[in-house]
Design a protein around this ligand. Structure first.
Ligand SMILES: Cc1ncc(C[n+]2csc(CCOP(=O)(O)OP(=O)(O)O)c2C)c(N)n1
Length: 655
C-alpha cells in the first residue's frame, strides 16, 4: 500500500517535470500506518468538525498528501488531478493550499509554519472540548514535519508553547531522513531532536520509519501520553530509488525515466504510470471508509445535545457572528457619545473588547508577553493553563511568530476567532504567518500597538516607520489605523465581520482626543475613509487626509487654515484597503476634488499616492525615528498641525 504512494509521487513529478518525490517516497510507510490505522476522518465529509487534523508541515512533499487523498477516496481528488500535478487550476498545486483542495487542512510550503499551525489547532481542540465536552470535541492533531521544519526558528516557539500547555493531543511524526537540499543535514545541524523536544516538555522517541509495527506502536503510545509527542521516524529519502534514494538528488526533482524504472523494479511495482492495481486500491478505499461510523455516531451525539448548546456549537464552527455583536457595538458607541473619552487607541480597544468578548465567547485573546501594553486582556478573561483550557486568554510568551502561526491554526480549526497582540514594529516577526492568513483567507486579528514614533522614549528600534506600508502591501490583509475610541470600536466590528481574511489594528500608546462626537449608529469606517470635518464652504481648496493619531493633527491644521481663510476638509482614512476597494465613483466622492491634497501619517509615504496622487503633499517620516518624548519627536520630525497647514499654504502659494 505504501508503494502506491511512492509510485504516484514518482509518476506525478515525472509528468510535471518538477516536484519533490523524495519525501513522499520516504514517508510513505509512516503515512500509510497513520491513515489506515489511526487517523479519524471521512472523505465523504472533509470538513467534519471532529475529524483528526493532519498537517503536512513539509509542504514540498505535497504529492504524499495528494496521493493519500486519491487513494482514500476523496471525491474531488481524481487520478486526472494527480496527472495535472502543478498545473494551472488543478487541485494539485505545487504546495498544498487550504481552501483550494478538499482535505488540505492548512497551506504549507514555508517550512515550520504547518507545525506551528498545528499547535493552534491543538489549542482550539482542547478549548472547545472544555466548552462543549469530549462527546462533541475529541480529536488529535497529527503533523508530518521534516528536518527543514525543525531547523526553522518558528518550530522552537511552537514546541515550547505546546510543551508548556501540555497539549497531549498533538503528535508530530518527524521524517528524520538526515537529508535537506544542500546534502546531509550534518552540513549545518547537530541537534538531537529527541532531546530537544524532551527539554520542551514533550514525550519523544525514535523509531525505524519503515517498520509498520514500530510506527503503529509509537503512535499508540503517543495517543496515551499526557504530553505532546514527537516520533522521530528514521527514514530514507526517496526510499526505493536505488541510486538517488538516501541522497539530496531525490529531494526536489524528477527521478528521471531510468531511475524511476529502477525504483519500480526495486519496489516490485509493475503497474504502468498512474495505475494502482485493484487489489491495492481496494484496501486503500476500505481505509477511507473506516471513519464513517465514527462520523455518524458523532452526528447522533450532536443531534442529542441540548438544542441551545448544539446551536451555539454549530454557530461557532460555522464562523457566524452572533446577533449580539451589533448591539454590543451600539452600546459602546452610545456610552462614548454620552461620555467622550480621551484615551490611547490601545485603551480604546480594551474598552471595546470588554463588550465584544462578552458578546462573542469564541474570541480567544492573547499577547506575546506585552499584555499590559497591548491591552488585549479584559477583566473577565481567564488565562488558558496547562490542563485547564477553558480560559480565553493565552500568554504566548515572547513568541510573536509562533503566536501568529498558532492563531492561523485556531482559525483553520474553526470555532474560534483568535486575536492577539504585540508592538507594531514586531509585526515583522509575525509577517510570514500573517501572509499565510491572508493567502488562506482566515479571520485572524492582530492587535499591534505602539504604532509610530508616538511610542516615544524607547527610540527607533521600537518605532515603526515602514510597517504600515509593508503590511498594506500584503493582499487580502486589512490594516486598520483608527483615530479615536469610536473609530477603534468600528474597526473592531469590521475586523470581526471580515470572515475571509485577517485584519490588523494599529493602535497608539499615546492618548488621543475623541474626534467623533454624538451618536451615529452607522459604521463610518466601513468605507475605509470618510469626511470627518467638512469644509466651511462647498469649495474646499484643501483636503487633509490622515490616519490614527495624525487625524487630530489634521483637524488642528484645518483650524489654522480656516484662520487664514482657506477652506479645508479633513478625511479620516482608517483602512486603505476598504477605501481602494470601493467603486470608483464612491471613492472619488470621498477623496474629493480639492486643488490640494495633503496627507499626514507618522510613517513613510509609500502607498499614499493611490489616495493623494503623486502630486499630493505628504507629511510624515522619511527615515527612522529617535529616542525622545513623543511630543518632542513629532516636533522634531515636523509632524505637527503647523507644518501640515504650512505645507498646504506653500502649495497654494500663500506661505
Ligand atoms: C521557510 C522556507 N525556507 C526555505 C524553503 C525551501 N526549501 C524547501 S524544502 C527545504 C529543505 C529540505 O529539507 P527537508 O526539510 O529535510 O526535506 P526533505 O529533503 O527531507 O524532503 C528547503 C530549504 C522553504 N520551503 N521554506
Amino acid at each position: 500500500m505504501a508503494n502506491a504512494i511512492r509510485a504516484l509521487a514518482m509518476d506525478a513529478v515525472e509528468q510535471a517535470k518538477a516536484g519533490h518525490p523524495g519525501l513522499p517516497m520516504g514517508a510513505a510507510d509512516v503515512a500509510t500506518v497513520l491513515f489506515t490505522q489511526f487517523l479519524k476522518f471521512d472523505p465523504a465529509d472533509p470538513a467534519w468538525p471532529d475529524r483528526d487534523r493532519f498537517v503536512l508541515s513539509a509542504g514540498h512533499g505535497s504529492m504524499l498528501l495528494y496521493a493519500l487523498l486519491y487513494l482514500l477516496g476523496y471525491e474531488a481528488m481524481t487520478i486526472e488531478e494527480i496527472k495535472r500535478f502543478r498545473q494551472l487550476g488543478s487541485l494539485t498545486p505545487g504546495h498544498p493550499e487550504h481552501g483550494h483542495t478538499p482535505g488540505v487542512e492548512t497551506t504549507t510550503g514555508p517550512l515550520g509554519q504547518g507545525l506551528a499551525n498545528a499547535v493552534g489547532m491543538a489549542i482550539a481542540e482542547r478549548h472547545l472540548a472544555a466548552i462543549f465536552g469530549d462527546e462533541i470535541v475529541d480529536h488529535t492533531t497529527y503533523v508530518l514535519a521534516s528536518d527543514g521544519d525543525l531547523m526553522e526558528g518558528i518550530s522552537q516557539e511552537a514546541i515550547a508553547l505546546a510543551g508548556h500547555l501540555r497539549l497531549n493531543k498533538i503528535i508530530v511524526l518527524f521524517d528524520d531522513n538526515h537529508i535537506s537540499i544542500d546534502g546531509p543535514t550534518s552540513l549545518s545541524d547537530s541537534v538531537d531532536q529527541v532531546e530537544r523536544f524532551q527539554s520542551a516538555g514533550w514525550a519523544a522517541t525514535r523509531i525505524d520509519g519503515h517498520d509498520p509495527a514500530a510506527i503503529a506502536a509509537a503512535i499508540e503510545a503517543a495517543k496515551k501520553s499526557d504530553r505532546p509527542s514527537l516520533i522521530a521516524c528514521r527514514t530514507t529519502i526517496g526510499f526505493g530509488a536505488p541510486n538517488k534514494g538516501g541522497t539530496e538528488k531525490s529531494h526536489g526533482s524528477p527521478l528521471g525515466a531510468d531511475e524511476s524504472a529502477a525504483a519500480r523494479k526495486q519496489l516490485g511495482w509493475s503497474s504502468p504510470p498512474f495505475e494502482i492495481p485493484a487489489d491495492i486500491l481496494a484496501p486503500w478505499r476500505a481505509a477511507g471508509e473506516r471513519g464513517r461510523p465514527a462520523r455518524l455516531a458523532w452526528e447522533r451525539r450532536l443531534a442529542a445535545c441540548d438544542p441551545a448548546q448544539r446551536a451555539e456549537f454549530e454557530r461557532r464552527i460555522g464562523g457566524e457572528l452572533p446577533g449580539k455583536l451589533a448591539a454590543a457595538v451600539k452600546d459602546v458607541k452610545q456610552k462614548l457619545a454620552a461620555a467622550p473619552k480621551e484615551i490611547a487607541t490601545r485603551a480604546a480597544s480594551e474598552f471595546a473588547l470588554e463588550a465584544l468578548t462578552v458578546a462573542l465567547p469564541e474570541m480567544i485573546g492573547g499577547s506575546a508577553d506585552l499584555t499590559g501594553s497591548n491591552n488585549t486582556r479584559t477583566k473577565a478573561m481567564k488565562a488558558m493553563k496547562p490542563g485547564d483550557y477553558a480560559g480565553t486568554f493565552i500568554h504566548y510568551g515572547v513568541r510573536e511568530h509562533g503566536m501568529a502561526a498558532a492563531m492561523n491554526g485556531m482559525a483553520l480549526h474553526g470555532g474560534i476567532i483568535p486575536y492577539s497582540g504585540t508592538f507594531l514594529v514586531f509585526s515583522d516577526y509575525c509577517r510570514p504567518a500573517i501572509r499565510l492568513a491572508a493567502l488562506m483567507g482566515q479571520r485572524v486579528i492582530y492587535v499591534m500597538t505602539h504604532d509610530s514614533i508616538g511610542i516615544g522614549e524607547d527610540g527607533p528600534t521600537h518605532q515603526p516607520v515602514e510597517q504600515l506600508a509593508a503590511l498594506r502591501a500584503i493582499p487580502n490583509l486589512k490594516v486598520f489605523r483608527p483615530a479615536d475610541v469610536v473609530e477603534t470600536t468600528e474597526c473592531w466590528q469590521l475586523a470581526l465581520q471580515c470572515q475571509d481574511g485577517p485584519s490588523i489594528l494599529a493602535l497608539t500608546r499615546q492618548n488621543l482626543p475623541q474626534l467623533r462626537d454624538g451618536f451615529d449608529e452607522s459604521n463610518r469606517c466601513a468605507a475605509g475613509a470618510y469626511e470627518l470635518r467638512a469644509a466651511d464652504d462647498d469649495n474646499a481648496a484643501v483636503s487633509l487626509f490622515a490616519t490614527g493619531s495624525e487625524v487630530a493633527i489634521a483637524v488642528e491644521a484645518k483650524k489654522l487654515l480656516t484662520a487664514r481663510k482657506i477652506s479645508a476638509r479633513v478625511v479620516s482614512v482608517p483602512c486603505f484597503e476598504l477605501l481602494l476597494a470601493l467603486p470608483e465613483g464612491r471613492r472619488a466622492a470621498i477623496v474629493g476634488d480639492a486643488k490640494i491634497n495633503v496627507a499626514v501619517e507618522a510613517g513613510i509615504r509609500q502607498g499614499w499616492d493611490a489616495i493623494i496622487g503623486s502630486e499630493g503633499t505628504f507629511v510624515g517620516m522619511t527615515g527612522f525615528g529617535a529616542s525622545a518624548p513623543a511630543k518632542d519627536l513629532y516636533r522634531h520630525f515636523g509632524i505637527t498641525a503647523e507644518k501640515v497647514a504650512e505645507a498646504a499654504l506653500v502649495r497654494l502659494g500663500k506661505s
